[in-house]
Design a protein around this ligand. Structure first.
Ligand SMILES: Cc1cc2nc3c(=O)[nH]c(=O)nc-3n(C[C@H](O)[C@H](O)[C@H](O)COP(=O)(O)O)c2cc1C
Length: 218
């Protein structure tokens, strides 16, 4: 294995299949994770996401109630993990949403008012990803997965365990967190915490396809 701290981190991180309910991720580390999510790169810097953190027992109960037979195996992670982050995307990202990005760029000194229209013209890229009904969820959801990957790397660095979960019921989460989601959709969540000594996955070796199978250098 390549002896570099990045590779060591990534090789050591494993999806947890069982959490120690007595262990909490510190506020200091949660703040690092939040900032990493916010700093995630996205197409045209669209940032079409919302990260909803399930921290309180009350919020956990609301989330637990959304699990159904076909994803019940994941519910224990909500109960025993420290925090759960719902990674939600905007399924109808509009020019108005992008204008907020452009205005923020101007406020942060990356652009100026005189060139605002030119900056806004980059929204044509989002339009090319939008169907006739105004839906561009395929594109915005892809951006959310970049945030997920970024968070997984940060967890590895901080030696915090995590479980990405597509095994959730998006529709039921949409109903249970209707107010907080405010039109956004959640199809993937991330549990963070510390694995239980009985977690089977922690003891298994890392396994990936061979480099030759996935990488071609031309
Ligand atoms: C997008 C995504 C969704 C996943 N969904 C689940 C899930 O619902 N439940 C679960 O236990 N693991 C889930 N996993 C974990 C994968 O099974 C795991 O990452 C993979 O087997 C590789 O193992 P490792 O993360 O330990 O390296 C998911 C992973 C990703 C990246």
């Amino acid at each position: 294995m390549i002896q570099h701290p990045i590779i060591k981190d990534l090789a050591a991180r494993k999806t947890s299949k069982g959490y120690d309910a007595s262990k909490r991720v510190s506020q200091e580390n949660m703040e690092i994770i939040y900032e990493a999510l916010r700093l995630t790169a996205s197409s045209i810097n669209s940032q079409p996401w919302k990260f909803i953190v399930i921290e309180s027992e009350q919020a956990k109960s609301r989330l637990e109630a959304t699990f159904t037979d076909n994803n019940i195996y994941n519910r224990q992670h909500v109960s025993n993990g420290s925090h759960v982050i719902l990674l939600a995307h905007n399924p109808n990202y509009t020019r108005g949403d992008y204008e907020k990005v452009v205005d923020t760029d101007i406020a942060n000194g990356r652009g100026n008012k005189a060139e605002k229209e030119r900056a806004l013209s980059k929204f044509s890229f989002a339009e090319s990803k939008t169907d006739a009904s105004g839906s561009n969820g395929n594109w915005t959801k892809a951006q959310v997965y970049i945030a997920l990957g970024n968070a997984l790397h940060v967890l590895a660095r901080l030696e915090i365990d995590g479980t990405p979960m597509e095994g959730i019921n998006s529709k039921r989460i949409g109903e249970a967190f209707k107010e907080e989601l405010n039109g956004f959709e959640c199809e993937v969540a991330l549990v963070v915490g510390y694995h239980h000594p009985d977690d089977i996955n922690a003891k298994l070796p890392k396994s990936r396809l061979a480099r030759e199978a996935v990488l071609q250098i031309l």
